[in-house]
Design a protein around this ligand. Sequence first.
Ligand SMILES: Cc1cc2nc3c(=O)[nH]c(=O)nc-3n(C[C@H](O)[C@H](O)[C@H](O)COP(=O)(O)OP(=O)(O)OC[C@H]3O[C@@H](n4cnc5c(N)ncnc54)[C@H](O)[C@@H]3O)c2cc1C
Length: 295
Amino acid sequence: MYPDEFDYHEAGSVDEALELLGDHAGEEVELLAGGHSLLPAMKTGLSSPDVLIDVGGIDRLHGVSVEDDALVVGAMTRYSDFLDAEAAHEHAPAFAAAVGAVGDEQVRNRGTVGGNLAHADPASDLPGAALASDATVVVEGPDGERSVPAEEFFFGMYATALGPDEILTRVEIPSATDAVGTYAKRASTSSGYAVVGVAVLLETDGETVASARIGANGVMDHGVRLDAAEEALVDESLDEAAIEAAGEAAPETLDSAMVMDDLQASAEFREQTLRVYTKRALRDLREADATVAAD
Ligand SMILES: Cc1cc2nc3c(=O)[nH]c(=O)nc-3n(C[C@H](O)[C@H](O)[C@H](O)COP(=O)(O)OP(=O)(O)OC[C@H]3O[C@@H](n4cnc5c(N)ncnc54)[C@H](O)[C@@H]3O)c2cc1C
């Protein structure tokens, strides 16, 4: 299928992109990042923008660095470039595990971290990991820059705190070099997207879990924290009993009426899969790192 006609602009800088957004206010405008969600939507007629502003070539939006105890990821950093950066795995283990689970090699060679978060597909892999990693999303607009905690960024299906005149420029992830993290995903057999995905970041004091952050994708219309599962782990040894309790608690703080129920999976299946994949993620962490205590 062919997309409808559109005007194409290549922005050389964030300022230029913002100016273009201003010039085309009121029209249907999309930013083109990796194009791996936008272009399929245009080709199938789900999206028909009048104007595309290509932000993929803006240098300052690329790259991974460590600044002031945070991993800073430029919005246009491709998944594969993120995964090639050693610092990404060292400082953001849960987020890195989720990036590694996105699509296949071709998708990871084109799609971008910022495009994924801005698109906010409920079945994508990064929102839950952004929540588990306590990430902050930085956006720029006509009034300057603002920082939005991941907790306040995702609203609903394809809905975020981004304004129509704003650009997501980078993601800041607090350095978690003392933590262990992982991502467990039940992938759709047809698309590879997450039916359910669970990202976990744990800190231990050697014997017990000192802090736990768990985020999930695919269950609700946006990424969510699993508060009850986190609470079940803190001050516990990461033994089988604690893992069972956390997994069983995983859906407890979610509004069950809002759990997604569609052709991919029923709400009941999703809730049960959430329990199972929370336990899998925790067992993976226990097996991978002896410092998180054993049975
Ligand atoms: C075959 C296939 C399999 C896939 N499997 C998975 C998977 O398993 N898991 C997964 O998470 N994803 C998957 N994806 C989606 C992929 O990860 C996309 O790359 C991602 O969803 C969007 O990132 P992008 O850079 O391609 O953005 P684009 O498609 O270019 O843009 C997506 C949307 O975000 C907006 N946008 C982009 N960048 C910005 C910005 N900087 N500021 C503001 N708005 C912006 C655009 O306007 C557009 O509306 C898959 C895609 C394909 C084609």
